[in-house]
Design a binder for this molecule. Structure first.
Ligand SMILES: [Zn+2]
Length: 365
């Protein structure tokens, strides 16, 4: 079949002869490649052929160029030509072909690898998104009472490290600001306790059903709006169930899937068993951003000037610098300055910049 007498459909083109390709056939002879057609027949010695592989619409085109300047270019779609006996036994052709296909195979291998990696990454992204949605779905099913009791359990383990600070004036400030902020919270079933903590470090924190505010925070807070900003951020963590999400995510995707498909009480048991995780936890960048965004929404919905949150972050930033501290309520990730930048962008987009709720004057809130 692939002997010397095999022929292959081909076209020949030469600008000196005319623009249109001439249809004919290729014959591999002893030392020459012959193109035969009704109009023209010519021969090119194998040693004067340059081989190329051109890309057609769907296929590859084997192309022979005459290296001497006669201008002939011969093309064939019939790659069987490369299996012709003469093609194989002629070193000059065989080596060129080997080089071309080698390069092509490498390119194919690279493309296949890239496609595989892209698919792999895509599946990974989809899985992590689905996983994230599952976790959110699971935590949203925790009843408020259950949430509170799990939070209480964690608090009981935690509270020995949190010396209570008895100060009715500061507690009044918290409850007064909360009375306004509450109007912007989406969850009317929100059950929680405030705790004043006898610590000098200006900080706040939360557990499900518990919000902690250090005595030292009040040295930093100048306005009710600033305090509202801090509280709104902690409510953001609670309402978005960050502690539960952190614990469930920590268990890994298999656990999430198993729980999602099967016995959901397992989640609660696991949360209870893992409540020690809550102590000293840091949230991810994603959660901090979510808490900021949620806080912003609550403040705006409650008609409290949300710039209080930005002002507070500015103060935390200064405080971090001054004390060379790792940020507290404000965890290291993302950096406080980045969080300020994000909220400034939200402020710029806010249609309303005045006419917010006015808290009673200094000394009365
Ligand atoms: Zn936070």
């Amino acid at each position: 079949m692939n002997g010397a007498d095999s022929t292959y459909v081909a076209t020949a083109q030469n600008p000196l002869v005319g623009p249109a390709p001439i249809v004919g056939r290729l014959v591999f002879d002893h030392y020459v490649l012959r193109f035969e057609s009704e109009q023209i027949t010519f021969e090119i010695p194998y040693s004067e052929l340059k081989l190329l592989l051109e890309k057609g619409d769907d296929e590859e085109i084997l192309t022979f160029e005459h290296t001497k300047e006669t201008g002939w270019i011969i093309r064939t779609l019939d790659l069987e030509a490369t299996r012709n006996h003469a093609f194989i036994t002629t070193n000059h052709l065989r080596l060129q072909w080997k080089k071309l296909t080698g390069r092509n195979n490498l390119r194919r291998a690279i493309i296949a690898t890239c496609i595989f990696l892209a698919a792999f990454m895509l599946i990974g992204l989809v899985m992590s998104w689905v996983g994230g949605r599952m976790v959110i779905h699971l935590v949203n099913q925790i009843a408020p009472e259950k949430e509170k009791s799990l939070g209480d359990e964690a608090y009981n383990q935690y509270k020995s490290r949190l010396p209570a600070y008895d100060n009715p004036i500061l507690m009044d400030r918290l409850t007064n600001v909360y009375a306004e902020l509450q109007k912007g919270l989406p969850n009317t079933n929100f059950i929680f306790d405030f705790h004043l903590v006898d610590q000098e470090l200006p900080n706040a924190g939360s557990l499900p059903g518990h919000v902690f505010v250090n005595r030292g925070l009040f040295d930093l807070v100048n306005t009710p709006e600033e305090l509202a900003g801090v509280l709104a951020h902690e409510f953001g963590h609670i309402q978005r169930k960050h502690t539960f999400r952190l614990i469930i995510s920590h268990e890994g995707p298999a656990f999430v899937l198993k729980t999602f498909l099967g016995n959901r009480d397992g989640v609660l048991t696991s949360i209870a068993q893992n409540s020690q995780l809550i102590v000293g936890r840091t949230f991810t960048q994603e959660y901090e951003r979510e808490a900021d965004d949620a806080a912003w929404d609550y403040l705006v919905a409650a008609n409290i000037n949300p710039r209080g949150l930005i002002d507070m972050l500015e103060k935390f930033k200064d405080e971090e610098t001054r004390r060379e501290l790792k940020p507290g309520m404000l965890s290291t990730h993302p950096p406080t300055s980045e969080r300020i930048k994000r909220l400034e962008a939200r402020w710029n987009k806010l249609p309303k910049k005045t006419g917010f709720f006015e808290f009673p004057g200094p000394g009365h809130w």
